[in-house]
Design a protein around this ligand. Structure first.
Ligand code: KG4
Ligand code: ZN
Length: 320
């Protein structure tokens, strides 16, 4: 089995996955509540919490799989992009475990991990396909021609889609993380009540900073009335973001000549996005937000570094 470890943001996660993509255990300990009072992830708080959680989470994954370290043949770990302090906790634990057992280690790109959430049993998706990756940190259109990699066709020039959800939620006085809250509140609102424009850039890039600003102005204009119109605001705001994602995804699929469209990352959990792309393949809900099963899955296609050639590996903060 492959032991996957993920600590790039505010989820401490460990998973055990077989070579053929069966998930034997997938443990995610979310720190969301810890960060909620700050309205977002505080990097230093996240790193400290990862330190406390990572060993129990790995132990729990082994217990759930009915396995011991003897059953682990490879360790796969997120190397970046993410919060460097948070990444270093997972990376250090992965190195220590692999080194102590003389195992190979596969450094995994977090974004490739999201894509590899589609390669797990029971219904692995075969490339080629066009993939929309929408998370709190990234919005990317990827051409996936093989399981081991991808080509970037478009990206957000400013905020990520998930970040737009989170910032919009904060403007509406909702909790963190905001995507789920907006999704829930929007069910009770009218998506056509307000018109929020989304920038249309040339090519396949996205921009989400404008829609956030227009929500800010609308909330200010409404003043006291804003509270009673929250559901309509949430629904209209969500509609604008989803529309931008859907339009660009369709354009990218045409440009890349791909018939199959897949959607991964935290925003792939959004119910309106799921409804707006009925023919697309979405990652299973449990694998949309950050988890280690997807990292172990990607580890099957990455370059395994033999013992002990991984000891000097460093984390990286942003997409290279
Ligand atoms: O992939 P992920 O767990 O972490 C990153 O790699 O960033 O994505 C987290 C993001 C957050 O911005 C969160 O608000 C968003 O995914 N999200 C959603 C929903 N569930 C999570 N956005 C919209 N609708 C949802 N249901
Ligand atoms: Zn992620």
């Amino acid at each position: 089995m492959i032991l996957g470890i993920e600590t790039s943001c505010d989820e401490t996660a460990a998973a055990l996955v077989t070579r053929d993509g069966q998930i034997r255990a997938n443990i995610v300990s979310s720190q969301a509540e810890l960060h909620a009072r700050y309205g977002g992830v505080v990097p230093e708080v996240a790193s400290r919490r990862h330190l406390e959680l990572v060993s129990p989470v790995v132990r729990e994954a082994l217990a759930e799989a009915g396995a011991t370290l003897d059953d682990v043949e490879t360790v796969a770990v997120t190397q970046g992009p993410g919060l460097v302090g948070a990444l270093l906790v997972g990376l250090s634990v992965a190195k220590a475990l692999a080194w102590a057992r003389r195992l190979p280690l596969v450094p995994v790109d977090h974004l490739h991990g999201h894509v590899a959430s589609l390669f797990l049993a029971p219904e692995p998706l075969e490339p080629p396909f066009l993939c929309l990756l929408a998370s709190g940190g990234h919005t990317l259109l990827l051409d996936v021609a093989e399981r081991g990699g991808y080509r970037v066709l478009g990206t957000s020039v400013d905020d990520a889609a998930g970040e737009a959800f989170d910032k919009g939620a904060r403007l509406l006085g909702l909790g963190y993380p905001g995507g789920v809250e907006i999704d829930r509140l929007a069910q009770a609102g009218d998506p056509e009540a307000f018109s929020f424009p989304v920038a249309r850039l040339d090519g396949l890039d996205f921009s989400f900073s404008g829609v956030k600003t227009s929500l800010l102005y609308r909330v200010r204009e409404l003043g006291d009335e804003a509270a009673s119109r929250r559901a309509d605001l949430a629904a209209s705001y969500q509609r604008a973001i989803v529309r931008a994602l859907v339009e660009r995804t369709a354009a990218a699929a045409t440009e890349a000549g791909r018939d199959t469209v897949a959607v991964v990352g935290g925003v792939a959990a959004n119910s309106e996005l799921r409804a707006a792309l009925p023919a697309a393949r979405f990652a299973p809900l449990a694998l949309c937000t950050d988890n280690a099963a997807m990292i172990a899955s990607a580890g099957r296609y990455g370059r395994a570094l033999p013992y002990p050639r991984y000891l000097d590996l460093d984390a990286y903060a942003s997409r290279s």
